[in-house]
Design a protein around this ligand. Sequence first.
Ligand SMILES: Cc1cc2nc3c(=O)[nH]c(=O)nc-3n(C[C@H](O)[C@H](O)[C@H](O)COP(=O)(O)O)c2cc1C
Length: 497
Amino acid sequence: MNTRDAAPNAPSTLHWAREGADAGSISLRDWLAHLAKTGRVATIDKPVALEHELAAIAKRLDGSRAAFFTRPGKHAMPVVSGFMAKRAWIAEALGIEEAGLLARFSAAVAAPLASKTVGREDAPCQQVVHMSGIDLHALLPIPTHSEHDNGPYITAGLVIARNPRTGVQNVSINRIQVHGRDRMAILLLPRHLYAFQRAAEEAGEALDVAVAIGVDPLTMLASQAITPIDCDELEIAGALHGAPLPVVRCMTNGVHVPASAEIVIEGRILPNVREPEGPFGEFPKYYSAKEAREVIEVTAVTHRRDPIFHTIVPAEMEHLLLGAIPREATLLAHLQRSHPSVKDVHLSVGGVCRYHLWVQFDKKREGEAKNVILCAFGAHYDIKQVVVVDTDVDVHDPAEIEWAIATRFQADRDLVVVAGAQGSPLDPSTTVGLPEDAPAHLQGVSAKMGLDATRPVAYPAHVFTRVRIPGQDTVDLDALIASDNGALDAYLACNHG
Ligand SMILES: Cc1cc2nc3c(=O)[nH]c(=O)nc-3n(C[C@H](O)[C@H](O)[C@H](O)COP(=O)(O)O)c2cc1C
C-alpha cells in the first residue's frame, strides 16, 4: 500500500464543509449542520433518561432522522445518534452517487494519505483537559442501550493504538463497558488491536490507547476498513477527505487522534487483567454473554469546550452500514481478483449486513458461480450464506434476489453446503450443542450455504427471457396523465344506475 500525496477520485472540497474549511479538518459539526439544514435532524429538548429512553427514541428515528438530545440524563453535554443511517447519506458525505460507494472506498484504501500532526492550539479535542479525579459517569452522558445490557456502553468510540512492534497506528470501533469511574472493559475480537494487546501483554506491558468520540462520517467509515496489519485507518480517512487528516498527540501517551474529535478518552489496556463484561445487545440483534475481558485504565479525558457525545444504537442502521460498506468494498475486490466477471456485491440488512452476501455475476461458463460462492466463503469468516445472480438482477433489491432464487435455482443442483467451517461467534445458532463455558477455540463453528441462482449460459429461446414491456422505462407519464380525474368522474356519473 502506498501513501501518496493525492487520493484518486477525492473531491477537492466536500459540499457540506463549512465556508473556508480545508477538507481534512471538517468535523462532525459540519455534517450535523448539513443534515439540520436539509431537515434530517430531530432535536429532542425534553429531559431524556440515559437508561434505555435515549436509545429507544434514537431507534424510532433510525434511518429517517439523526437524533440530537440536548438534555440526556443529568448532563449538559448533548448526545447525537444516527447521523449515517442510510447508504444515500454516506454517499452524500463522500460527495458521490450511491453506486460509486465501493469504488470510492477501495480507491482510498489503495492510496491512503499521511496524517498531519498539529499542536494542541489547533486541536479542538484538547480545549478542555481532565487529568485527575476522573469520573467518566459524571463527565460524559453514556447511555445504557438494550434491555439486558450490563450498564452504560461507549459504542461509537474510535479505539486508536500503536503496534508495539512497529509503532504504526490502528483504528477500530469496539464496544466499551464503563463499569468504574476510570475503568472500562473492551471486547477485542482477534484482529489488529487484539494482536497489539497480546504483543504488549507478552512483554508484560500495558498498551496505550485513545478512544475518540464524535468524529465526522468519513473518519467513522475509514475505521472499518479491512486492511493488512500496519495500515493506519486515519490515513484512509485522509484519502476519503481528499486532504491529510489533522491529528494531535494525546496528553498522556504517544497515540495520535483526530484533532477535530469531540471527546478523547486516553488510557492503557492493562496486561494480565480481565474483568467481567456483558451481557450486551449486539449487531445480530441478540445478546453476547458476560465474559472476562481486557480492561482500559483511563489516564485523561480531553474534549472541546462544548462537546457532543456520539452513541450508536447497536444493531440499528448506523451500526450495520458502517460494517457493510467497507466489507463490501473488500469482498468485491477479493472476488474480482479470481473472477473478473463479478460486477457488484451487497450485504443485506436482513443478514445483519455481515452474514448474507449477494453477488452479481456475468456468467460465461457453467459451474463458475459455484467457484464464486466458494471464494466468498474464504473471503471473510462472517459470510454464512451467498446468493449469486445474473447481471439483469438488481443485487441491492431483496425482492429481485428472492425472484432469482424462485425462478433460477434448483436445490438438488444449485446448492453448495460446507459443514463445520469457522463462522461468526456472535451468531447464536453456532452455540447449539456447545456448553455455555465453551472455550474460544470451539466457538463460532458454522455451516456455509451458497445458492447459485444464475440461469444457464445457453437456454432455449424465451425460457429465461425476462418479461419486459417495450417503453416501460421511457414513457413520459407527466406528459400523459391528466391533472385530475374529471373524465373518470363524468363517465361514472352518466353510467350510474
Ligand atoms: C458500532 C461498531 C461496534 C463494533 N464493536 C466491535 C467490538 O466490540 N469488538 C471488535 O473486535 N470489533 C468491533 N467492531 C468491528 C471492528 O471495529 C472492525 O472490524 C474493525 O475494522 C477492526 O479493525 P482492525 O481489523 O484494524 O483491528 C465494531 C464495529 C462497529 C461499526
